[in-house]
Design a binder for this molecule. Structure first.
Ligand code: A2P
Length: 278
């Protein structure tokens, strides 16, 4: 009957490109990660980002429309779910709401991956540097679980600079998992454990290594700690993902070392991408 049809009809228009939340982890009061179902047709390269978001009412028309932001995919391309790592901005249009998602909720995910932090944008090299601040570690969480990363390089160094120790937890957990998971080890291939180096630093709270990675490189301390030379265009490749000031400063430093910026269509020595901010 009509009454029945009305009862079962959805109250709001179906969400376009909806995916279902399968897990949520809150790392600090400012940081959380979540996993969602993966569209069957979605193919992406580790390090790429997609647009994700929620429906929001347009105050002028009263109609619901998508509110979307760029998010790096933090999961590897072989994973059957997608993982994202996000900051919670109290008055951020999207993250103020996104931080409350729970398992079973739906989000919008536009299945069109793009980005510059991909292996295709780099020439072959010996050592890969992954430089991150804050949530900028997300694309590297994908790349560090991609077997190609360790097939292509003899050494992979992840640096992660955060204000406080708690903000390192997601990255530390990722590294612990990569180092201990047997299934992953099988997938990643022989000897990959020895290739992975992790260099976390904090700037506003006491930790084992304090300071901005840029300052620690300028003083030579980071290179001494790691037992490596400063980057050279002959051997070193780099990916940068963090806040804008960090990206610009590190980019200038790499240029001074003689490295040049690459792109998908013109692979070179390093690539840069800005971490998402609401
Ligand atoms: P600092 O505490 O000295 O500003 P944010 O949370 O503001 O995005 O910063 C994340 C981390 O990036 C912080 O540890 C911050 O250090 C660091 N940072 C900010 N700007 C730069 C920069 N220009 N070079 C290196 N590190 C930076």
């Amino acid at each position: 009957t009509n009454a029945e049809a009305q009862q079962t009809a959805p109250k709001t228009r179906a969400m376009p490109d909806a995916q279902t939340v399968t897990a949520v982890t809150h790392w600090t009061d400012r940081l959380f990660s979540f996993r969602v179902t993966r569209p069957a047709t979605l193919r992406f390269r580790s390090g790429e980002f997609v647009m994700i978001g929620l429906m929001q009412e347009d105050p002028k028309t009263g109609r619901e429309k998508p509110l979307l932001r760029a998010y790096s995919i933090a999961s590897p391309s072989w994973d059957d779910e997608l993982e994202f790592y996000s900051i919670k901005v109290p008055d951020g249009p999207l993250t103020s709401r996104l931080q409350h998602i729970a398992v079973g909720d739906e989000i919008i995910l536009r299945p069109k991956p793009v980005g510059t932090l991909v292996h295709d944008a780099l020439l072959p090299g010996k050592r890969l540097w992954l430089f991150a601040t804050g949530t900028g570690i997300a694309p590297f969480a994908s790349l560090l679980r991609d077997p190609q990363t360790f097939e292509d390089y003899d050494e992979v160094i992840l640096t992660h600079t955060c204000r406080e120790v708690g903000e390192l937890a997601y990255g530390r957990d990722l590294i612990d998992h990569i180092r201990s998971d047997e299934m992953l080890a099988e997938l990643m291939g022989e000897g990959f454990h020895e290739k992975l180096r992790y260099y976390p630093t904090t700037t506003r709270e006491e930790s084992a290594k304090m300071g901005r990675i840029t300052d620690l490189m300028r003083s030579g301390e980071a290179f001494a700690d790691l037992g490596v030379e400063a980057p050279r265009s002959e051997t070193d490749r780099a990916m940068i993902c963090g806040n804008l000031a960090f990206n610009l400063e590190l980019k200038a430093m790499l240029e001074e070392y003689g490295l040049e910026e690459g792109a998908n269509s013109d692979p070179k020595h390093y690539v840069v991408e800005k971490a998402f901010l609401d």
